[in-house]
Design a protein around this ligand. Structure first.
Ligand code: NAD
Ligand code: UFG
Length: 346
């Protein structure tokens, strides 16, 4: 596959979800044809229509499960797919501890099913949604791609298992072109406010929680831990705007156009920001006060994690461009837009 020849056809498993839908925008605007493949277990059926309002034509959505190898194989053939971006999976760390089989089944069996379908369909180019969680407890900061891996929960281990399967596959057959993108903390929304992160139930992650406090859906944020060894005592993370992340997928595909084998890249902003810094940035972007209370640490959290991003900069020619205030203002506009949208549909 030569991605530099524009207009390649790309299948996005889990393309209806938060990161996949933003990647669909970046790919489509770069001239690629995108097809979404999703069972909608964590996303809404109206996403293709919303994408159509951003880039002019709603992409096709194949409703199906990645564990359905036959349907995947038919889809690869029907849409003459050149490359796959594999976003589909379950992603809640806490939930994975209570439901390990569901996580291994969806994330590991799902990936194996996809790889079988790709092998049968002659498609050998894959970008996999991995996670910084594969590094486990940080041994040094910033973490580069050589940092030892060793996940600490079933979700993280499912990502690590898939990375290892992919490395074995690439070693077995030189035609495979595989990029494992280790995301740090994606936040933000597309500037159109048509798509964004809208978790079901109580948000687990910081940014959706803050934005729900801002619109009055929740009374206050609970800050998990104020006594970490960080500059203000709260946890430090590498927040990356989801559109920067989306553009990282485009850069990875271009790279795979001329490079075979297995490659891992950190996708982060390359700097750490604390929970309270994000709260302040959100207050600045929204003009709203975010009430918060500091409570006990959340079990399993680390004090700080952030990426060394030199490899992606040097090999992909990519780096994050958007800052914290951009991240927060896009989320704020998206959240307000959703509130209006929901009122209209009542
Ligand atoms: P998301 O839940 O919004 O999107 C995942 C999509 O996959 C959803 O639309 C869901 O319906 C679909 N899906 C799940 N299981 C499926 C299956 N078996 N068959 C078909 N479709 C299925 O999540 P996201 O935040 O967009 O994450 C995308 C990927 O990135 C995931 O693999 C996740 O583990 C990884 N990741 C996310 C983060 C993050 O903080 N959001 C961080 C690191 C890695
Ligand atoms: N936090 C709060 N209050 C909340 C939610 C979070 O104080 O209501 C704090 C956490 O304690 C942590 C920071 O905000 O210090 C970030 O927490 P998130 O839950 O938003 O993100 P994590 O860093 O825990 O994990 C995220 C994804 C994982 C992924 C990891 C690395 O949820 O799937 O980033 O990419 F593996």
């Amino acid at each position: 596959m030569q991605c530099k020849r524009w207009n390649v056809n790309i299948l996005l498993t889990g393309g209806n979800g938060y990161i996949g839908s933003h990647a669909a925008v970046a790919l489509s605007q770069a001239g690629h044809e995108v097809v979404l493949f999703d069972n909608l277990c964590n996303s809404r059926a109206d996403v293709p229509g919303r994408l159509g309002r951003i880039f002019g034509r709603a992409p096709s959505l194949v409703r199906g499960d990645v564990r359905d190898t036959d349907l995947l194989r038919k889809t690869l053939c029907q849409y003459r797919v050149d490359a796959v971006l594999h976003f589909a999976g379950l992603k809640a760390v806490g939930e994975s501890v209570g439901m390990p089989l569901a996580y291994y089944d969806n994330n590991v069996s799902g990936a194996l099913s996809l790889l079988r379908a790709m092998q049968q369909g002659g498609v050998r180019t894959l970008v996999f949604s991995s996670s910084a969680t594969v590094y486990g407890e940080p041994r040094y900061l910033p973490m580069d791609e050589q940092h030892p891996t060793g996940a600490t929960n079933p979700y993280g281990r499912s990502k690590l298992h898939v990375e290892e399967v992919l490395a074995d596959l690439a070693a077995s057959d030189a035609d495979w072109r595989i990029a494992c993108l280790r995301y740090f903390n994606p936040v933000g929304a597309h500037e159109s406010s048509m798509i964004g992160e809208d978790p079901n139930g109580t948000p687990n992650n910081l940014m959706p929680f803050i934005s729900q406090v801002a619109v009055g859906r929740r009374s206050q944020l609970r800050v998990f831990g104020g006594d970490y060894d960080t500059h203000d005592g709260t946890g430090v993370r590498d927040f990356i705007h989801v559109m920067d992340l989306a553009e990282g997928h485009l850069a990875a595909l271009e790279f795979l156009g001329t490079n075979s084998g297995w490659h891992a890249f950190n996708l982060g902003a390359g700097r750490g920001s604390s929970v309270l810094e994000l709260v302040r940035a959100f207050e600045q972007a929204s003009g709203r006060k975010i009430p918060y209370v500091i409570v006990d640490r959340r079990p399993g959290d680390v004090a700080s994690t952030y990426a060394k991003v030199d490899k992606a900069r040097q090999m992909l020619g990519w780096q994050a461009r958007r800052g914290l205030v951009d991240m927060c203002s896009s989320v704020w506009r998206w959240q307000q837009n959703e509130v209006e949208h929901k009122k209209e549909s009542i």
